[in-house]
Every structure is written in C-alpha cells, then in structure tokens.
Design a protein around this ligand. Sequence first.
Ligand SMILES: Cc1cc2nc3c(=O)[nH]c(=O)nc-3n(C[C@H](O)[C@H](O)[C@H](O)COP(=O)(O)OP(=O)(O)OC[C@H]3O[C@@H](n4cnc5c(N)ncnc54)[C@H](O)[C@@H]3O)c2cc1C
Length: 491
Amino acid sequence: MNECYDLIIVGTSFAGSFFLLRYLERAPPQARVLVLERGRVDSKVWQLQHRAPSSIPGEQVYVNRTPLKLWLTSPGFGGNSNCWWAGAMRMMPNDFKLKSRYGVGADWPLEYTDLEQHYGTVEQVMLVSGPADVPMPRSRPFPLPPHRFSTPDVLLKARFPDSWFHPTTARASVATGKRGVCCASGICELCPIDAKFTIQNGLAHIYEDPRVTLRLESPVDSVDISAGVATGVNYIRSGRGERANGDLVALAASALFNPHIMLRSGIHHRLLGRRLHDQMEVDVCVDLHGVRAYDGSTVITGNGYMFYDGEHRRDHSACMVETWNSPFTYQPAALRADRGRWNERQYLRFIFDDLPREDNTVTVSASDPRLAETTFNGYSDYARRAAERIPQMVDKLALALPIERIEGIELASSSGHIQGTVVMGDDPTSSVVDRHLVHHQIRNLLVLGAGAFPTATPILPTLTLSALSLWAADHQLGQGVGGGAVGKRAR
Ligand SMILES: Cc1cc2nc3c(=O)[nH]c(=O)nc-3n(C[C@H](O)[C@H](O)[C@H](O)COP(=O)(O)OP(=O)(O)OC[C@H]3O[C@@H](n4cnc5c(N)ncnc54)[C@H](O)[C@@H]3O)c2cc1C
C-alpha cells in the first residue's frame, strides 16, 4: 500500500529546509511530512577527509551540452549549502521592478516590502553578520557584528562612504556555539572550521522532528498528476521504484532539477526549463602601489554599490563589486612576484545581472531520461555592454586605491548560482508558478527555489530564495489548499 503524507518535500537544502522550518512551526502534532533526498549525509569529517562537499559528483546527475559553462551541484543532505560561500545579502528594492522602473527585463510579482520580515528571519537563522549601514532598508540589526575590512576596503569606504560596505555574510564573524570564526582561508567549499551556515550545522534538527520522515538516497523521478491535482511522487529506493501519496507536494530540488522532474511528470509550459541563468562574473586583478591587501577577517571583505542602481539600467546591467581577501583562492596569481610586495595586489570581482535568455535551457536528456541536460548559449547583450565598461569602473575605484596597473581580467566560468527555469508571475501565459510559488494550474504543487526568479540581479540568490520559501509557506499556512494544507490529512 502507498504511504500517505500531508506534505512531501523533494530536496533538503535551503529551499526545502526553510519551507519545512516554517511549516513545522504551525503543523499539528499528527501531521506527517515526507522528505525525499537524492544523496546521503556527508559529514564535515567526511568532506574534509575526501576534500569534496558530496560523495556523489555533480557531473553524475546531469549532462552539460556546453561544458565551458558550469552549473555546480552537490547532491546530498543539505545540497549546495555544503559548498556555498555564504554571501547572504538582500536584493535592492528596485531589483523587483526592473521593467516598470527602467523598461527592461521583467517585474517580480512581489516587492521588497513583502520579503522584508522573511529576510530578517532567514538572517537570524543563518546568523548573518553585517554592518549598521547597508543600502537595503532594514527593520532590525544583523545578528552578528560585521567582519573586519582589509586595508583596501578602508580606503574605498573613506572615498565612497555611501556605496562601499562590509559584506553581509553567513560566515561567522564571532564564534556562535556550533560555528567557529571564519578563518579567511578561501577554502569555502569545504569551510574547514565550519564557520559558514549550512543545513547540517544550522537546521538539521528540523529533520529529527517526529512528524518528519527523511528518506536519503531516494531520487525523485516524477510527480503524479490526476485531474489537475498532484497526488504523489515516484522515487527510487534501494534500486526499486516506490510511490508516496501527498496532499501537498513541494519541489525543492533546485533550478536544475525542479524543471527536470516536472518535465518528466508530463507538465508543460512554453517557459518551463527555459531562461536558465546566473550572474555574469568577471575577476579583475590589480596591482597596488604601497598598499597591502589580504588583511581582512573573511574571504570577501567589501561590497561596492556605486555601479548598481540608476538610469544606466535602461541600457546595461547593474554591477556589484567584491574585494577578495584570500591569496589562496587564486593561487598562484594572487601573489606578486616583486620582492617585498607580494600582497600589494587586489582581486576585484565585478558581478553583473543578466537578462535571462529563452535559449538557455534545462531539458530531459534524450539518451538517459534520468538525467537533466543543460544548454547555455551565452549571456545577454545587456550584461556584455556593462562588462565592456570595466576599465572605466576600475578608473573610478582608482580614486580610492593606488592602482598601478590591471594585471588580468577573466570571465568566471560559473557564479555557482542556478536561476530561472520555473519563472514566477501573475500571468499564467508568461510564468509557470504564481507569486506564492504555486503552479498556476496544479494548485497543490509548489516549486521552490531560485528557479522562480524572473530576472537575475547582482545579488547572490540564496538569502532571497530562502525568504521566498518562508513567504510561500506562510501563504500555504494562511490559506491552505482546499481549506488548509497543514494537517489536512491529520484531521
Ligand atoms: C561553489 C558555490 C558557491 C556559492 N556561493 C554562494 C554564496 O556565497 N551566496 C549565495 O547566495 N549563493 C551561493 N551559491 C548558490 C547556492 O548554493 C544556491 O543558491 C542554493 O544552494 C540553492 O538552494 P536550493 O535549496 O534551491 O538547491 P540546492 O542547494 O541545489 O539543493 C537541491 C537539493 O535537492 C536534492 N535533489 C536534487 N534532485 C533531486 C531529486 N531528483 N530527488 C531528490 N532530491 C533531489 C539535492 O541533493 C539537494 O539536496 C553558491 C553555489 C556554489 C556551487
């Protein structure tokens, strides 16, 4: 007989865990939740011993038709929380209104104010560190104090006080009980002292709740749909096909695998699997005269917003600048060969938003339908036009920094972020899910994560996608499907 649950969640990373966290706060004692996870629990000790965030290589679970463009994935309990670098910033209010404000891209179907409280909750759970002054409006202070600037950051802050800030990050700035202080070694995929927030060190306890059944090594193939209603999921366990019935199904398998599961379930939409995108990131190495870098307290010590918001967004992308503080990240080029001047060098990362292109896709592999397949045909001209301005941007930063020369400029092969593919919106003809991440037609199917993002912004996606999971859970808890999804079966 098939098992029956009030809620089935697919995936145990940020999107699934923040949804589950909020759900359990309100669910009755008899509620039953099934969580299905493709991978295993790869402990911190295992990760360090094997120098890998996951015992299942990401390349095993999808086919990349354009290998120069990487999409990084760590299958396992906690997903990419194991390998992320824990930059945790909020989007800017105008990022939600690109179309109406600047006439390009699309508006999000919600606003900054809709997410403000949820941002604060996620920051509290992740113990985010940050300064008193940031460009985004806030209703509460950061849980942890800011990291220490490097010397170049001090100079940039002095010259650009209104647009240079400490980073907001879930790399701990003070010891937190479970997490140590960031060691700034730049080995953040592994985080040797467990300073960054991960699902394992911050939210594993919700999976021990007696209402939750966590099933590892259980990849989900498809969702069963009958008469426009999701009735359950099909998954593999110990090599055999299994099925579980659920009143509410929440896919939280990322922008790579949510559309893959949906397409395998016979769900179709013109945009499903399209608009795969990330930020366009360009690394610029500059040599400094008489100023020593690498003396801040975490791997990225500053964020610049001087090229971010403004009328230029009508023509080209917004840009956020990062100052990198670890010589180990870019070995060996991070250090100068000049005697006594090894650290008179600064790596800058310029992060541009991209306008998602419909020809960048996730599909089902024809040769092996169990695998997702990605195709990336390039960034938008909008982003490329902005990147052409890097020399002028460096000139502006040179008003603060004694820049001798640009040592190198390199396009990063991956930002590590995976967005688009299950876009949200108010209009079912131009979006797959609604503003609460509910499928427009299948009203008990939620699709969580950055797949819903209508546009990229220079802001890294995870704080926002986690806040969106709380927002989506609140909607379910408040209104429910068929009169209240929480504990429907339990009643
Ligand atoms: C190297 C790197 C650095 C990064 N740094 C940052 C950063 O500093 N800041 C930031 O904001 N973002 C960063 N990111 C991005 C961040 O990791 C992602 O935005 C985030 O992890 C997405 O969360 P998610 O829950 O949607 O998906 P994921 O973290 O991808 O998790 C998906 C989960 O679903 C499971 N799963 C997948 N398919 C199936 C299936 N068929 N059946 C069952 N389970 C399945 C996976 O095993 C996993 O547990 C980084 C990413 C990388 C790779």
